[in-house]
Write a protein that binds this ligand. Structure first.
Ligand SMILES: Nc1ncnc2c1ncn2[C@@H]1O[C@H](COP(=O)(O)OP(=O)(O)OP(=O)(O)O)[C@@H](O)[C@H]1O
Ligand SMILES: [Mg+2]
Length: 328
């Protein structure tokens, strides 16, 4: 693949010169740290065919950018350039954070991960200025900019402001919209919300990518990854994968990993009792899956959304211009 950083550098130069002329000659240091993305989409993330296709199309847009925009001349009617704004949405634990990192990894680009920790250390005082700083860091370092858990992340900061929340929301929202409009790189949002964004956001987001709970075929692949070669197995590996995949309907990729985390120590405890070498059995795995299922139903019935969480969500929706929320 042609070096995406080169493509971005070449094609975004005019836009940068237009909007940020002072940056071209300044020795500004990025305020936000970027890091190398460790994962790759095709090897590390297990996705449904639909999600995979959406991401492949997004990669193709970047890969064939020069052919489409320069050789075929499409740039004359679509001067938007390389700007690619993605929104990853779907239930918790379905691989959105992992996929954002893997997308950057596949493109060979570093990533600026804006999560709660970064928010708390950097987003002090003027939030809108800090949004600008994050985009500036992405431009200077040629990084993918990633707003992880954008719903809680963006809402949280604002809900701690006791006065003038609406003003703060509006300032931050317009900064975000302006920065997105001018940005000529790759920005990713991850949220648990559906895609009912208002026009201002919808027109800027180039790809809405839906992440869903794994179906049987995806669960087979997720479980197969869990049974790494060093783990001694009591039953045949293929049969274990099949049984666990059947039993874990409705669980996310993260929960499948948690099942394995719970099952492995069970094998050791069982071995202590029998004085035999530890070996992972279907019984250990079934018991772990049951535990997760019980936690699922208990949390679903007893947990009500706290006031502050609700306020965070409402604020984030305003900010992102989401009209009617469909939780996904
Ligand atoms: N589709 C997947 N492919 C491979 N591993 C997965 C997948 N989904 C989840 N996992 C495993 O679960 C972990 C947690 O997933 P991740 O943090 O990416 O979920 P998320 O969608 O960002 O969740 P949240 O909405 O809670 O932020 C991953 O690091 C990975 O180990
Ligand atoms: Mg996440």
């Amino acid at each position: 693949m042609e070096d995406i950083n080169e493509i971005i550098k070449t094609h975004s130069a005019p836009k940068r010169q237009q909007y940020y002329p002072e940056e071209a000659n300044s020795a500004a240091e990025p305020m936000f740290d970027n890091r190398e993305a460790k994962f790759k989409l095709h090897t590390d993330v297990i996705l449904s065919d639909e999600t995979q296709l959406q991401l492949d199309e997004c990669l193709a847009k970047l890969k064939y950018h020069k052919q489409i925009y320069v050789d075929w001349g499409f740039g004359s009617v679509d001067p938007l350039g390389v700007s690619t704004i993605l929104n990853f949405y779907g239930p918790p634990g379905t691989g959105k954070t992992l996929a954002a990192e893997a997308l950057a990894g596949t493109l060979g680009m570093p990533i600026i991960h804006l999560g709660i920790a970064e928010l708390e250390s950097k987003f002090m005082g003027d939030t809108a200025k800090n949004i600008q700083a994050a985009f500036q860091s992405a431009r200077l370092s040629g990084s993918v900019i990633f707003f992880d858990e954008a719903d809680t992340l963006l809402g949280k900061r604002l809900s701690s402001v006791t006065q003038g929340v609406d003003n703060e929301v509006n300032a931050m929202r317009s900064t975000l919209l302006i920065e997105l409009e001018r940005f000529d790189g790759i920005a990713i949002f991850a949220t648990n919300f559906g895609k009912n964004y208002d026009e201002a956001f919808r027109s800027r987001i180039s790809h809405h990518v839906r992440f869903s709970l794994p179906d049987l075929a995806a669960r087979r692949r997720l479980w197969a990854r869990m049974f790494v070669s060093g783990i001694p197995l009591k039953e045949a590996r293929d049969q274990l994968i099949e049984d666990c995949s059947e039993l874990s309907d409705g669980l996310s990729g993260r929960e499948i990993r948690t099942c394995m985390r719970l099952a492995l120590p069970k094998a050791f405890l069982a071995a202590e009792k029998t004085d035999m070498p530890a070996i992972l059995s279907l019984e250990n795995l079934k018991s772990a899956i049951d535990q997760i299922r019980t936690a699922h139903t208990e949390i679903a019935t007893t947990e009500s959304i706290g006031r502050s969480q609700l306020r965070d969500a409402v604020t984030a929706k305003k900010l992102l211009g989401i009209n009617n929320i469909t939780e996904v």
